[in-house]
Design a protein around this ligand. Structure first.
Ligand SMILES: [Zn+2]
Length: 551
């Protein structure tokens, strides 16, 4: 992705290991600017900044149950005394335990606390760049209220704060309905930056404001069929372990087939998912339907065979010791071709309910482009996006688990109602660059630029007048508390201009013998490329002023 390529080439970040990055000085400055924008907007809605630790005693995560629900993404280890510990993925448990210790009365609520802290998630698919990392700094805030109405207000306040944050960062992020995932709770939104390389698929309606992550967007309702069930019939289908080879062999469409996918839950149950051959299994829906405690992994061949099924030719017909989940569209489609659980053979005319009994018929597939909008019925479109923030209505799961209660006006103990709200700094930074670059490099919006201006001196030590003016401008800016980046290297003008455009400060100030002869300093706007000569006095005034340096 452009953001990754540019941030590495321009020396903002450096990879240390898979999904683990160092922020170099420029990257650190840019990230600090992003952090400050977020801080100001969370402070504005009444957030109180604090800091919670990265390493947690595992007891807290056992109390909430997440120690057992979350798969290997949660890093678990023992300290020297043999106590179970975890590396923080988020801090709901810690906030709940603090609330338990500190909050006694409704008079202490509502409260919003937040911090910027390192998280670690042992992601299976760490990718190049800051988008899917294992270690990252996140702003996470937590709202603590006496009731649902309070949570609704805190959620709405965060929703609006996030809109202001992304606007200030210059990132066009749209809120979409999202899976509550490992957070639990009742409602969640993700803020998504549209991007062709994003790894989330968004289901959007252009006629109304319906927007959801494809993970949760409901698939179209099945069309009822008038076709009568026909007798089951075995057919030889050698070498057809995929839907593509099967449909070619039989000369039928993929919508006339059923495909099976096999997973094992963290607590050891084999789950067989059946969807029509023309659909894809939606793993989030499957995970939720299977109540997949401890995660979900692809089943191994011997696990599938142990349940009486044959990989590549598998179906629930005659199978045992497996949970069978069937997608609603597949269940409503008569006379499908499905595996015969014998290598090289399929059945024709498989009918769900007649030939095998599902444990659950449920929406298991992705919504597709053109499906009717669940709100207005118009055709849906799909776009790719990058998640830059999320907000969750947690409710009382974490406070109940931790015993975090308050005494209400009624004199009774009630659980504190919580919300949780995250923004990853690295992702936000990458999304800024995705939205603000050209083929020469980064173009920082003024709000997050590591430096307001990039001062370039041309001519090196040979040009005493150039050096004197450039040094003075740098000093003037420094004294005014507005540090600018000063390139005083003895490099060719070409190298220095190329680097200045790559690094991307909003304004490039060039002092050269030519600019001095023309009356002062060349002031160039990085975004538009427009340049003009300003007198030294004018540039000094710009550097001292509280405004961004204008071109
Ligand atoms: Zn709509």
């Amino acid at each position: 992705m452009a953001s990754h390529r540019l941030l590495v080439r321009a020396g903002y970040v450096r990879q240390l290991g898979s999904g683990i990055y160092s922020l170099l000085p420029l990257g650190y400055r840019a990230t600090s600017r992003v952090e400050q924008v977020i801080r100001e907007e969370i402070d504005r809605i009444g957030g109180q900044e604090m800091e919670m630790p990265v390493v947690h005693p595992a007891e807290l995560w056992k109390e909430s149950g997440r120690y057992f629900k979350i798969g290997p993404e949660l890093v678990r280890f023992k300290d020297r005394t043999g106590r179970d510990m975890v590396l923080a993925m988020t801090h709901e448990e810690i906030v709940a335990s603090l609330l338990r210790d500190i909050v006694r009365s409704y008079r202490q609520l509502p409260m919003i606390v937040y911090h910027f802290q390192t998280k670690f998630r042992d992601e299976p698919r760490a990718r190049g760049g800051l988008l899917r990392v294992r270690e990252f700094v996140m702003k996470d805030s937590y709202s603590c209220d006496v009731d649902q109405a309070g949570l609704d207000r805190a959620y709405q306040a965060h929703f609006e704060a996030y809109e202001r944050i992304f606007k200030r960062l210059g990132v066009d992020a749209i809120p979409v309905g999202a899976d509550v995932g490992i957070m639990g709770g009742s409602l969640a939104h993700e803020f998504m930056a549209l991007n062709d390389f994003g790894e989330d698929t968004l289901v959007l309606c252009e006629s109304c404001d319906y927007a959801a992550n494809q993970q949760i967007a409901p698939a179209a309702k099945p069309e009822p069929s008038t076709e009568q069930p026909r007798p089951l019939e075995e057919v030889a289908t050698p070498g057809t372990t995929t839907i593509a080879t099967l449909t070619k062999h039989l000369g039928i469409g993929a919508e006339r087939t059923a495909k099976a996918a096999f997973f094992v839950t963290g607590d050891g149950r084999l789950v067989t998912a059946i969807v029509r051959g023309d659909h894809d299994v939606n793993e989030t829906k499957l995970f939720n339907a299977a109540k997949a405690v401890g995660g979900l992994r692809p089943a191994r061949v011997e696990e599938i065979r142990a349940a009486g099924m044959e990989p590549g030719y598998g179906s629930p017909i005659g199978a045992h010791d497996t949970v069978v989940l069937v997608d609603a569209i597949a269940a409503a489609s008569p006379n499908l071709v499905a595996g015969a659980n014998r290598e090289g053979f399929h059945y024709r005319n498989v009918n769900v309910g007649r030939d095998f009994t599902p444990d659950q018929v449920v929406d298991l597939v992705n919504a597709r482009a053109g499906d009717p909008c669940p709100t207005c019925g118009k055709p849906l479109v799909l776009r790719k996006g990058i998640e830059v923030g999320n907000i969750f209505k947690l409710g009382t799961d974490f406070s109940v688990a931790a015993g975090a209660t308050f005494l209400g006006e009624d004199g009774q103990a009630h659980p504190i109602v919580m919300g949780s709200y995250g923004i990853g700094l690295g992702r936000a930074l990458a999304c800024v660059v995705e939205a603000h670059h050209d083929d020469k490099g980064i173009i920082w919006p003024a709000e997050v630029a590591p430096y307001a201006a990039h001062l370039v001196s041309i001519g090196g030590a040979r040009e005493a007048r150039v050096t004197e003016v450039a040094e003075r401008l740098h000093q003037v800016a420094f004294d005014a508390g507005r540090e600018i980046l000063y390139d005083d290297r003895d490099e060719s003008p070409g190298v220095k201009f190329t680097d200045a455009e790559l690094l991307g400060m909003p304004t490039i100030l060039t002092v050269s013998p030519r600019s001095l002869n023309a009356g002062g300093v060349e002031v160039k706007d990085r975004a538009t490329g427009e340049a003009m000569t300003r007198s030294i006095a004018e540039v000094e005034a710009m550097l001292i002023g509280s405004e961004a340096v204008p071109a």
